[in-house]
Design a protein. Structure first.
Length: 181
């Protein structure tokens, strides 16, 4: 089963939740209660979508719920157009929200998606090839967290995650990944 012509869009909202219908956006979710454009279990592959169907995929607060991130990234790559953009948000591993939700299967890092870049030493685990265009560690709270800690963490992410993340927990991560063919 592939995406019908009446349901074409430029953006795929994966795990759309309660997101409202928007022109040019296809909403995909497992829950019939949110009335998605496509009802689908994200852990079942392949998705009912043609290759190179979308210029953008939004995966907001979903990736940490999926059973197999590697297979999911390969599927996202398959349905993205060449140079298409995958935007992801997920709780940072130091955020309490990462552990509170019992449906979270993964606790991710600033570096978790490096494995999908061709130059990474472990990139052979996936055929999906992305280029990280942008990533950011987001903080909540007062000015100290949002400015000083955020600046340090984003300029020195390895040092932050190795030594400071548990003292100054982050809120979430934001990624923009470009599909490379």
């Amino acid at each position: 089963m592939t995406l019908s012509k009446t349901c074409q869009g430029n953006v795929l909202a994966i795990g759309c939740g309660m997101r409202q219908t928007e022109t040019g956006t296809i909403r995909l979710d497992i829950s019939p209660e949110v009335n998605p454009d496509i009802l689908w279990n994200l852990d079942h592959f392949p998705y009912p979508l043609d290759d190179s169907s979308f210029s953008e995929i939004e995966c907001f607060d979903v990736i940490e719920h999926l059973t197999d991130i590697t297979k999911s990234m390969q599927e996202f790559h398959r349905i993205l157009k060449p140079n298409g953009l995958l935007r992801i948000t997920t709780p940072h591993f130091s955020c309490a929200n990462s552990y509170i939700d019992p449906t979270h299967k993964y606790h991710l890092s600033y570096f978790s998606f490096d494995y999908f870049e061709s130059h990474h030493k472990l990139s052979y685990y996936s055929d999906a090839n992305f280029r990280i265009k942008h990533r950011h560690i987001q903080f909540q709270g007062g000015r100290f967290n949002r400015s000083i800690v955020s600046r340090f963490a984003n300029n020195f992410p390895y040092n932050y995650e190795q030594r400071w993340a548990w003292m100054f927990p982050a809120w979430y991560l934001y990624f923009e990944l470009e599909a490379i063919n």
